[in-house]
Design a protein around this ligand. Structure first.
Ligand SMILES: *[C@@H]1O[C@H](CO)[C@@H](O)[C@H](O)[C@H]1NC(C)=O
Ligand SMILES: *[C@@H]1O[C@H](CO)[C@@H](O)[C@H](O)[C@H]1NC(C)=O
Ligand SMILES: *[C@@H]1O[C@H](CO)[C@@H](O)[C@H](O)[C@H]1NC(C)=O
Ligand SMILES: [Mn+2]
Length: 673
């Protein structure tokens, strides 16, 4: 799973949420969104937009190291423009502050609960670390920010080595019991539910690449211990060409031992001889499976008690529903479990995943144990095996990482998102009716099931590749090409790529297009209107990019942040200077939001004697009577409709004044305006 930090508390949904790993908690700082509609990550926006080249955004890891690497590349390429560099340094300070804030919040959070670990099933091979006073060998390592206080220097070195290799605390994992207890983070109503006896059988698919042995063992252990014997048919382990040695012999002997202890469970091993990426690995696990239902999971997880029954019950009631458990976060450093609130799995136009509130209908029922409909999945999902095959499993033409989950979400969403999950049927079993439909549509829907919980490590960095950006972009462009019809260019906009000649070879999509035709899938417009109306279609956008004043030869820039005063600046055509002009006359500076619940920042004539322009959330600006609508055509003046004053530059200052005839040029035209 690749998504960013999900909501951590109920408050998240009513107001606030914490994480996108899909953008990780380090940089996606969740903001309070009133009305319970969603969650937004203002900073992530800047990052994604901001990086023309190397910033990967998203993922479980926006770490400072990578940040500064991206920024120093940038600085190098702009080395002759010292003032611009200064601006970016300022930005880095802001980022730093944000990181500190997050750390403080984290510290507070960690102070809250300790999970008790049982003594049993400890891993004998290693003793707990000794208590001895020693200084920090890696004071700047994220691993030691909250953890490892009393480790000897040798142990610190070992722990740091392992952390750098795996992205989580393997040193600690090696010393925790494989069957450690997890806190019960479910809604209390879940404990009172009962589930049908005759549920479909289950294949659990674990995909992994260079996972630590003890993490993988703990995942296996938890699945075996916490899935009813009569439901768990098999565990399919897909190794996407790992190169760590202990995933060979040591893992084999562990699996052999499990096989002997649990003769009813079939263990299937799939090994790729080259790295094929997440989508292919998940699909090859699906191919190797044979039970009624497949659960396709990451291998850095532990399932909670009763995780399978609620999911299987939903699928028993409706074989076309693709379900997801709710993921709790396991910290990469101390491996503690942090409760996440159930939330819908959503995405933005860059196809980064993120959490979002369910629809208002859902919350009206005031029962957080009920399944909720979701526009997409995060990556981990559970589906009826044959149904998944009928609708095309996953797009195996995707590479490395990202996009495949959104593609699945779009593909199987065939019903309006009413906000409610399907009602579990008491007995009507339809998973074994004739599964060969005459004409199948892109049928189905996605649900998040709160009574099913899986603890998932949000890794500090991922093993797939140093920079996931190119793969993300490529896969997103694939999704756009196959599924998004007239909206496909929104993906280019979100990644700041030109519509044509974007430089990515997206591979052959003809099979996926054929699939779409064969399944008679509904148009993307239908999906937007019925399943995911929160996504802003951006359909009245007419131009975007840097906006240059021809007379002064300078660009508009969002100016110091936080702040409300855009400025004139030498053009560098980067995040803070990217503007979006809407047919309505709204002009955004410094970014555009993917979701309707997130307000954009409108250029305003604040309508008083003060001659500086403003940059305010559009709704707020409207309420305060500021002018947010501008008349503009390419190479002409930018004139406020309300005040008839113009946006101009005088002595290198951005002003609003009586029109003197200065003209502007915007970088990219989307349609004539
Ligand atoms: C900076 O470099 C660009 C080309 O890389 C050049 O066109 C421009 O004149 C340079 N600016 C200054 C101030 O040296
Ligand atoms: C580290 O050692 C000190 C003194 O022995 C003790 O007070 C403290 O609780 C220890 N910290 C941890 C995290 O074990
Ligand atoms: C600004 O530049 C445009 C195009 O070069 C020119 O037609 C116009 O007269 C200039 N306006 C002012 C006020 O200098
Ligand atoms: Mn994951």
């Amino acid at each position: 799973m690749r998504c960013p930090a999900p909501p951590r508390s109920v408050a998240a949904l009513v107001g606030q949420c914490a994480y996108v790993s899909m953008r990780a908690l380090w940089f996606k700082r969740p903001l309070v969104v009133l009305g319970g509609v969603g969650i937004f990550f203002y900073f992530g926006f800047f990052l994604n937009r901001g990086s023309v080249t190397s910033w990967t955004g998203g993922g479980e890891t926006h770490e400072a190291v990578r940040m500064s690497r991206s920024f120093s590349d940038l600085e190098a390429s702009l080395s002759n423009l010292t003032n611009i560099i200064r601006a970016f340094e300022k930005k880095q300070d802001a980022i730093q502050k944000m990181v500190e804030d997050n750390r403080e919040r984290r510290a507070a959070e960690l102070g809250q609960k300790q999970n008790k670990q049982p003594e049993a099933d400890a891993q004998e091979e290693k003793k707990p670390p000794k208590d001895s006073k020693s200084s920090k060998v890696f004071p700047n390592s994220p691993l030691f920010k909250q953890w490892g206080e009393n480790l000897s220097e040798d142990d610190q070195r070992e722990a740091q080595d392992l952390f750098e290799k795996y992205g989580y605390n393997v040193f600690l994992s090696d010393r925790l019991p494989l069957n450690r207890a997890l806190p019960d983070t479910r809604d209390s109503r879940c404990l009172k539910k009962s589930y049908p006896k005759d549920l479909p059988s289950l294949s659990v698919v674990l995909i992994y690449l260079n996972e630590a042995l003890s993490i993988l063992k703990r995942a296996l252990r938890s699945i075996i211990d916490r899935t009813p014997k009569d439901l768990l048919k098999e565990i399919v382990m897909v190794d996407d060409n790992s190169n760590n040695e202990n995933l060979k012999g040591d893992l084999d002997s562990y699996v052999k031992m499990l096989e002997q202890q649990h003769p009813t469970v079939r263990f299937v091993r799939v090994r790729h001889t080259e790295q094929r990426g997440l989508a292919y690995a998940r699909a090859s696990g699906w191919r190797a499976s044979s039970a009624d239902v497949v659960a396709i999971l990451d291998a850095h997880i532990e399932v909670h008690d009763m995780w399978a029954e609620p999911l299987l019950t939903q699928i028993k009631g409706d074989r076309t529903v693709v379900v997801s458990p709710v993921f709790d976060r396991v910290n990469f450093d101390d491996l503690r479990v942090i409760r996440y609130e159930p939330a819908a799995h959503a995405f933005d136009w860059a196809l980064w995943c993120m959490y979002e509130g369910f629809t208002p209908d859902y919350y009206k029922l005031k029962d957080g144990s009920l399944p909720g409909k979701s526009p997409s999945v995060m990556g981990i999902f559970v589906a009826e095996r044959k149904f998944l095959g009928e609708v095309g499993v996953l797009d195996e033409g995707m590479r490395v990482y990202g996009g495949e989950n959104v593609e699945l979400g779009i593909r199987v969403s065939d019903r309006p998102l009413s906000g409610l999950g399907s009602k579990p049927f008491a007995c009507a079993v339809n998973h074994d009716v004739d599964p060969t439909p005459k004409v199948w549509t892109c049928g189905g829907s996605v649900e998040v099931v709160p009574c099913s919980k899986i603890a998932h490590i949000e890794r500090y960095h991922k093993p797939y590749m140093r920079d996931l950006g190119p793969a993300m972009k490529r896969n997103a462009l694939r999704v756009a090409e196959v599924w998004m019809d007239e909206y496909k260019h929104n993906v280019n906009l979100a990644w700041n790529l030109p519509f044509e000649n974007h430089g990515f070879d997206i591979g052959d999509v003809s099979e996926r297009k054929k699939l779409r035709e064969k399944l008679k899938c509904k148009p993307f417009k239908w999906y937007l209107e019925n399943v995911y109306p929160k996504l802003d279609p951006w359909d009245d956008l007419v131009a975007y990019g840097g906006l240059k004043n021809i007379n002064a030869s300078m660009c508009i820039d969002q100016g110091p942040q936080p702040g409300h005063t855009p400025i004139a600046y030498p053009c560098y055509y980067y995040g803070p200077q990217i503007t979006y002009y809407r047919k309505s006359g709204e002009l955004y500076v410094g970014g555009i939001k993917s979701h309707k619940y997130n307000d954009n920042r409108c250029l305003t004539d604040v309508n008083n004697k003060d001659t500086e322009p403003g940059l305010y959330p559009c709704k707020e600006a409207m309420q305060k009577g500021m002018g947010i609508y501008w008349d503009f055509t390419q190479g002409k003046t930018i004139k406020n409709r309300q005040t008839n004053r113009c946006l101009e530059i005088k002595n290198k200052k951005l002003l609003i004044q009586e029109c003197s005839g200065q003209v502007w040029e915007i970088q990219n035209l989307i349609k004539p305006f």
